[in-house]
Ligand binder design. Structure first.
Ligand code: NAD
Length: 354
C-alpha cells in the first residue's frame, strides 16, 4: 500500500490507522481528520476495494468530509471514518466486527463510529458489544432521537429546498413548485412525501422504476426514466441517489435553477460548483443540506454517554437551523462571487481551525 503521506487526499489527518487482525481476517483503516471540535465521528464502510489504495483514498476523503459536515451542523464532533476491506468472498463475520470494535475501543473515544454503506444497524449492535464509542444504535419510542437517520435527513433537505426556493425564486411556499427527485429511497422518498404535503408538483425517478411508480401513485406525482430525470425542466433538481452526478455532462443537461438534494459528494470534481454558478444554478452544498441524519445520531450518542434520554425536540431545533446555514453560504457567495461549495468549504475549515 502506498504510504499515506503521498496520497493526494491526505489533508493533515491527525491519525490514520491500519488495523489488521489475523485471527478474524479483519483489515480496516480508521482515519481521523480533525478532532478540533470533538471526537472524530463518522460511519464505517464495508466494501470490497480492488486495491488498498482505493480504501485509503475513501478513508481520507470521507473523514475530511465528516469534519466539514459535523462542523457545519454545529455539532461538538470532529471528523472520522473507518473502512473495513471486505474479503473477496464478501463475507462479514461476527469475529471481524468484534475485532473492529476492539480497535475502536482502543482509541479511547477519539473516534465514534456508526453505520455506513455495507454496515447495518445489527452490525453496529455487534460492534457496540466491544466498544461504547458507537452511535446509530436502535432506539425505542417515537420521541427518541437516533435510530434510522433517513427521515431526519429528509426533513433537513425539505427545509433546505424551501430556503432555496425562497432565495432563488422569491417564493414563500413550495406550492406548485416543480421538484424533480432522483432516487426515491429512504431520503428521496421522505423528501417527496414532505413536499407533496405542501402541494409541490413532483417528478420522481428511480432505477427501481416500480419503487418510483408506487410512490408517484400514492402522491399524485409524475415519473421519469432514470436516464431522463436530470434533464427534466423544473424548478428544483433534487439528487438523492448517487454521488458525482454533477460532472460536465450532468451540469449541461440540467434545466433547473436550483440543485438541492441529499446525495453525498454530488460534485464530480473541484470546479463543478463554479460550473453550476456560471449557469446561474443555485447549489445547496450536499454536506450542509443532508446533515439531518448525523444531527440525530450524534445527539443520540451524546445523550447515551451522559445517561440521559434524548429529546427529539433538540433534534428538531437543530434541523431547523439548516436553512439559516444555507442562506449564510448563499449570501456570502452572492457578495464575494465565490461558488457556494467553496464558500462552505472555507467556512468549515475556519470552524475546524484550519
Ligand atoms: P437508499 O438506498 O434508501 O435509496 C437510494 C435510492 O436511489 C434507491 O431507491 C436506488 O434504487 C436509487 N438509485 C440508485 N441509483 C440511481 C440512479 N442512477 N437513478 C435513480 N435512482 C437511483 O439510500 P438513502 O439512504 O435514501 O440515501 C440516498 C443518498 O443520500 C445517498 O447518496 C446517501 O449517501 C445520501 N445520504 C443519506 C443519508 C441517510 O440518512 N440515509 C444521510 C446523508 C446522505
Amino acid at each position: 500500500m502506498t504510504a499515506f503521506w503521498t496520497e493526494a487526499d491526505f489533508d493533515d489527518h491527525e491519525l490514520v490507522q491500519l488495523v489488521r487482525d489475523r485471527k478474524s481476517g479483519l483489515t480496516a483503516i480508521i482515519a481521523l481528520h480533525s478532532t478540533h471540535l470533538g471526537p472524530g465521528a463518522g460511519g464505517t464502510r464495508f466494501w470490497h476495494y480492488p486495491d488498498g489504495k482505493d480504501a485509503m483514498r475513501d478513508a481520507l476523503r470521507l473523514s475530511r468530509g465528516m469534519s466539514y459536515k459535523n462542523a457545519m451542523a454545529g455539532l461538538p464532533m470532529g471528523g472520522g471514518k473507518a473502512v473495513i476491506l471486505a474479503p473477496k468472498n464478501g463475507i462479514k463475520t461476527p469475529e471481524m466486527l468484534a475485532a473492529f470494535g476492539d480497535a475502536v475501543e482502543a482509541l479511547n473515544g477519539r473516534y465514534v463510529t456508526a453505520e455506513d454503506v455495507g454496515i447495518s444497524e445489527a452490525d453496529m449492535v455487534s460492534v457496540a458489544r466491544r466498544t461504547q464509542f458507537v452511535s446509530g444504535l436502535p432506539v425505542e419510542g417515537e420521541d427518541a432521537a437516533g435510530g434510522d437517520p433517513g427521515p431526519f435527513t429528509a426533513m433537513g433537505i425539505y427545509f433546505g429546498i424551501k430556503a432555496a426556493v425562497q432565495h432563488k425564486l422569491g417564493k414563500d411556499s413550495v406550492r406548485d413548485v416543480h421538484v424533480a427527485i432522483q432516487g426515491t429511497g429512504s431520503v428521496g422518498g421522505g423528501v417527496a412525501r414532505l413536499l407533496a404535503h405542501d402541494g409541490a408538483k413532483l417528478t420522481l425517478s428511480d432505477i427501481n422504476h416500480d419503487r418510483a411508480a408506487a410512490l408517484a401513485a400514492d402522491l399524485g406525482a409524475e415519473t421519469a426514466a432514470a436516464d431522463a430525470i436530470m434533464g427534466v425542466s423544473c424548478d428544483v433538481f433534487s439528487p438523492n441517489a448517487l454521488g458525482a452526478i454533477l460532472d460536465d455532462e450532468g451540469i449541461a443537461r440540467l434545466d433547473a435553477p436550483i440543485v438541492a438534494g441529499g446525495a453525498n459528494n454530488q460534485l464530480a470534481r473541484e470546479g463543478h460548483g463554479q460550473k453550476l454558478a456560471d449557469r446561474g444554478i443555485l447549489y445547496a452544498p450536499d454536506y450542509v443540506i443532508n446533515a439531518g441524519g448525523i444531527i440525530s445520531v450524534t445527539l443520540e450518542y451524546l445523550c447515551r454517554q451522559h445517561g440521559e434520554p434524548c429529546d427529539i425536540n433538540e433534534v428538531r431545533k437543530r434541523l431547523a437551523q439548516i436553512p439559516g446555514r444555507l442562506l449564510e453560504i448563499w449570501h456570502k457567495s452572492d457578495e464575494t462571487n465565490v461558488s457556494p461549495d467553496v464558500v462552505s468549504d472555507r467556512m468549515a475549515q475556519h470552524l475546524i481551525g484550519r
